[in-house]
Design a protein around this ligand. Structure first.
Ligand code: UDP
Ligand code: MG
Length: 308
């Protein structure tokens, strides 16, 4: 019998867990052709999440959990789940019911057809602000232009991965993870299924604009060195322009003479170049920071307790 692992990273999800566990139980009971394992990854929750997971475990041995020693973030929690998953395939889903467990049978059917990575694409983003939608769209366009592989918009972490993909992902131990990109990076045979995206069942999203901005920056700096290239090109273009301007000034000074003047030009040039230099330094710093973090070679997460 094939075994399916469902990985659920949980951070302060005590409000959603009862609904989720009921839905999962229903799913597992309806699909008897498979052996099931639900792997909760408690990502340092401050509420009753862990207690609730423990009592679920008491009642049903198919519920397993990993308790991380603190909050490591969803990306790292997912890796913990993949590390300990024992199934022939693994489904990653959010705890807040935004990823409907009812879609899992459809994903399993695609998996049986021979696909290795069945990803779910949102067809509908309920009540997300115009601003957030536009930013998301622009961001993906940018990322797609600058990388060699497709990073798909409206595709989150909700997906079914074959054991092959799980093993491949486990080899990627980078600390500042941008899993969305990693899924694309590993390749394999992919297929899309669609689902409707709803508001969270309970609680509120833990991702603020600033966190999303950071995640977005991580996405860019871990998949493309295009910003470095852009600053190089910018430097070359500005130098060429400056060279011609210099000739112009010298010739003008020789021909017409040059009473001291041009303070505005001077200020503009200094400020503009100063800004561009700081910007380029910042970009280099971003990459340097990543190198710094990776060279420390720390584990991506620490588990306090693993109950399988
Ligand atoms: N999550 C996590 N660690 C964190 C933040 C979130 O494990 O530090 C989990 C959270 O419990 C949920 C999933 O990641 O199961 C998605 O989080 P959320 O719903 O807040 O994100 P959104 O749906 O807004 O992208
Ligand atoms: Mg959510």
């Amino acid at each position: 019998m094939k075994k399916v692992t469902i990985i659920v990273p949980c951070y302060n999800e005590s409000a959603s867990l009862p609904m989720l566990s009921a839905a999962l139980q229903q799913l597992m009971d309806s699909q008897t052709a498979y052996e099931w394992e639900v792997l909760f990854v408690n990502d340092g929750s401050h509420d009753l999440t862990l207690e609730m997971i423990k009592s679920l475990r008491e009642a049903d041995k198919r519920f397993c959990y990993i308790d991380l020693s603190r909050n490591f973030g969803k990306e790292n929690a997912m890796l913990a789940g993949l590390d300990y998953a024992t199934g022939d395939c693994a489904v990653i889903m959010d705890a807040d019911m935004q990823h409907p467990p009812t879609l899992v049978p459809t994903m399993l059917a695609k998996w049986e057809e021979g696909y290795d990575d069945v990803y779910a694409r949102r067809t509908f983003r309920e009540r997300e602000s115009w601003m957030r939608r536009t930013l998301t769209r622009v961001y993906y366009k940018l990322l797609q232009r600058t990388t060699r592989f497709d990073i798909l918009p409206n595709v989150g972490d909700f997906r079914l991965l074959d054991r092959k993909c799980v093993d491949a992902l486990k080899q990627l131990r980078e600390t500042q993870r941008y899993t969305k990109g990693l899924f694309c990076w590993i390749g394999f045979r992919k297929i899309e299924v669609e689902f409707e995206h709803h508001d969270r069942a309970a609680g509120k999203s833990t991702f603020s604009y600033s966190q999303l901005f950071n995640l977005a920056l991580d996405g860019i700096t871990s998949y493309t060195t295009a910003p470095l290239r852009i600053s190089t090109v910018m430097g070359i273009v500005i130098s060429i322009l400056a060279f011609f301007y210099m000739i112009f000034i010298v010739v003008k000074a020789l021909v017409i003479g040059e009473p001291v003047q041009g303070f505005p030009t001077l200020m503009t040039a200094i400020l503009l170049l100063g800004g561009l230099q700081l910007f380029s330094l910042g970009i280099i710093g971003e990459y340097l920071g990543r190198i710094f973090h990776e060279t420390k070679n720390r584990p991506v997460y620490i588990a306090r307790e693993v109950v399988l």
